[in-house]
Write a protein that binds this ligand. Structure first.
Ligand SMILES: [Zn+2]
Ligand SMILES: [Zn+2]
Length: 358
């Protein structure tokens, strides 16, 4: 995966980036921050970029050089995100495979705390607290990033709270979360919260074309289906998407035809089982509905061009107001999904609301 590597080329969320830039310039960065917003918009990457700004050994016009020992070792922290060892199993690290070699190059004072299995364990927080009681080994500023912070258990929350109450010197703690309300209120009140939003599709499309991650047609589709997440767009796999799209199109037809609830319900049971499948599926439903709307009016706005004939056929059989109502309902559902709602129930409720004959 390729990520933007400077605050100046960071994609989207210009306001949050500007606030951080100014705070760095004025040396007034809060010791504790929460980066809240949708997944895949670069919150964690941004946190680690800040570490570069604070620690570069030979900055150029206030910007990190990207090549000094501090910059390259912080880059290794960014690259080591989600890296599994290639040879050993069960979360162990062999220390010698290519993934483990990236890990060994990481900066010792720039700490990325990720869940071991599914949660950030109390032991991880305890050893972190012991470590930050001492001065940083090399860095001017130690930076600790917890991602996703809401995966801390209650006791881990409480331990961390004590640290935030008496912040260690030259240490900046950044909590990354999609839902800040799952963090303790007392943690929120001691941290500066920065809200992040989705990245506009046009920016993602432009980025994908520029970096040649996808062909122009693929870039267009990947951006349209990304839900405003660069990570999702970069991960987009055209072949895998075919099956998701097939099921999304079936649902769109069922919805616009006002099909039976029983059919919709068994459909919902299938597509909501796997969270990541469902996320792409609902994005696909959203884009297909827009495509139906545009199929008869503005073909150049249709994302699934290869389906144009089928989309025009569906459009002929559906009234515009019904299509628009569906577009709005799906958009509302996508918003709700950020907050751990029951996916199947939410999907069924939407179907009922749209198809009930009054
Ligand atoms: Zn540097
Ligand atoms: Zn290894």
């Amino acid at each position: 995966m390729k990520y933007p590597v400077s605050l100046n080329t960071f994609l989207g969320n210009a306001r949050a980036v500007e606030i951080l830039k100014r705070a760095i310039e004025q040396d007034r960065l809060p010791h504790a921050m929460i980066f809240a917003g949708p997944a895949g918009v670069g919150k964690c990457t941004l946190a680690l970029l800040i570490a570069q700004y604070l620690n570069c050994l030979s900055p150029l016009a206030g910007r990190p050089c990207g090549t000094c020992a501090a910059c390259t070792r912080i880059m290794a922290v960014i690259e080591s995100r989600h890296l599994q060892c290639l040879t050993s199993k069960g979360g162990e690290f062999c220390g010698s495979c290519s993934n483990c070699r990236i890990r060994t190059k990481r900066h010792p004072d720039i700490r990325l705390i990720e869940p071991e299995k599914t949660t950030i364990a109390i032991d991880q927080i305890r050893s972190l607290i012991e470590e930050i009681a001492f001065q940083p080994l090399e860095a001017r500023y130690r930076v600790v990033v917890l991602d996703p912070a809401e995966q801390m258990r209650q006791e881990a929350h409480n331990s961390l709270l004590k640290t935030l109450e008496e912040p260690p010197s030259r240490t900046i703690i950044i909590l990354i979360t999609t839902n800040p309300y799952m963090l303790l209120e007392t943690i929120r009140s001691r941290s500066r919260m920065l809200q992040f939003g989705e990245i506009p599709h046009e920016q993602i499309e432009e980025y994908l074309v520029k970096t040649r991650e996808h062909s122009i047609e693929e870039a267009r589709l990947a951006a349209a289906l990304s839900g405003g997440s660069l990570a999702a767009a970069l991960d987009f796999n055209t072949a895998e998407y075919q099956e998701i799209r097939r099921q999304a199109l079936q649902f769109v037809v069922l919805l616009l035809k006002k099909g039976s609830f029983a059919e919709a319900s068994s459909f919902a049971g299938r597509v909501t089982k796997d969270k990541s499948f469902f996320q792409l599926w609902i994005e696909s439903v959203a884009v297909l509905l827009q495509d139906v709307y545009y199929a008869a009016k503005a073909v150049e706005r249709v994302s699934h061009r290869d389906l144009l004939g089928k989309l025009q056929e569906i459009a002929r059989d559906s009234a515009d107001p019904a299509v628009i109502r569906s577009i709005n309902a799906v958009s509302k559902l996508r918003g709700e999904l950020q907050y751990n709602v029951n996916r199947q129930l939410a999907l069924e409720a939407m179907f009922l609301a749209l198809t009930q004959k009054i």
